[in-house]
Write a protein that binds this ligand. Sequence first.
Ligand code: SAM
Ligand code: SF4
Length: 351
Amino acid sequence: MNRAELHRLLRCTGEEEELLYKKAAEVRNSVTGNAVYLRGLIEVSNACGKNCLYCGIRSGNGKVQRYLLDDRQILESALFAYKNRYGSIVLQGGENQSPLFTGKIDRLIREIKQQTDGRLGITLSLGEQHEETYRQWFESGAHRYLLRIETSNPELYARIHPDDAEHSFRKRLACLESLQRCGYQTGSGVMIGLPFQTTEDLANDLLFLKERDVDMVGMGPYLEHPDTPLYAYREQLLPQRERLRLALHAIACLRLLVPDLNIAATTALQAIDPQGREQALKAGANVIMPNITPAAGRSHYKLYQNKPDYEEGAAEMLQKLETGVREAGCRIAFDQWGDPQHGKDRKTVRP
Ligand code: SAM
Ligand code: SF4
C-alpha cells in the first residue's frame, strides 16, 4: 500500500470499512494465527522527569500524587501474572534516569527472572534512557521495549512537547535506534486524533513504523486531560468516537502493511468504549495488556480523563476478557511470550 491508498483506507466508511477490518483479521489469522497474547501491565511509578504537553502525569502537573511501587509490590504483581499464566509482563512508568531507579529496575528484572525460572517474559516501557542502561536491562533479562514515537511528523512532535533538548524528536529516534542495537524486540507507536494531526500524518506514521522495522506497535486514541496544556485545543478535536474509529482503521491498515507484527489493543480504546479492545482484535490486533498494577498506584496513573482504573487481573475480569476475545474470533494463548514473527530471523533477538 502506498501513501495515497493508506490515506483513503484510513477514511473509508460503510462496506469498505467492514471489508478492511475483515481482511485485516484474516491476514492476522493466516500469518500469526488467532492467538491473543497477554502482557500484565504494572505501572511502577507515575513520577516523571518529562513534561509532555498531552500527558496527565507530566512533571508540571502539581495536582498528581506521586508514587513509586516498592520492590515487593512489583515482584508480587509479576508473580501474580506468572501464576495466572500471562506469559509476559510490562513494567511501565514515568521517565526516571536516576541510578537509584535504573538500579531498582535492574534488580527487579533479575529477581523476576530468577523467581520464574526465566519463564516470564519482561517488556519495559520506561521512556528515554542512556544506551548503557538499555543494554544493562537487556543483559539482565528484559527482552522487549516499548517507546512510542508519538507522531512521526517532527513539526507536530514539537507542538505537543516543550521546546527543549529533553523533548527532542531526534533524541527519541536515537533512543529507538539504541534499543534496536541492544537487541530488544522494539515496539513503538503513535497517538491518534491529536490536535493539529492530519490523516496524511497518520498515513506517514504507518509507513514510518514499517520503515523503522519495529516488531511491535501500540497505538491508540489521544484522550484529553484537563490539567495539561493540550486541553486548550479540545474544541478542535475529532469526537472521541471518531478517534476510536480512526484508531481501528489505523490498526487494520498496519496489519495489512506489515502482516507479521504484534499489534496491541490499547487501554485508550477501552476508555472510549468498554468493548474497544475487542473491536481492535476484530480489526487485526493480537496483544492485550490487562492492568495488574496494585491499587496503591493505579488510581494515580491518570494519563487522560476516564482512564479505566480497575484491576483487571481478578479472576472474573479475566473470564470476561476471555469471553470477549472468543467473541472477537480469537483465543487467549496462556503461558506464552508471544514474540512477534517479525524480526525472528534477526541474530540479535533472543530465542
Ligand atoms: N514515560 C514512558 C514514555 O513516555 O514512553 C512510558 C509511559 S507513557 C505514560 C506511555 C504512553 O502513554 C506514551 O507513549 C503516550 O503515547 C501515552 N499517553 C500519554 N498521555 C496520553 C493521552 N493524553 N492520551 C493517550 N495516550 C497518552
Ligand atoms: Fe512522562 Fe511518558 Fe507522560 Fe511524557 S508520556 S510525561 S515521558 S509519562
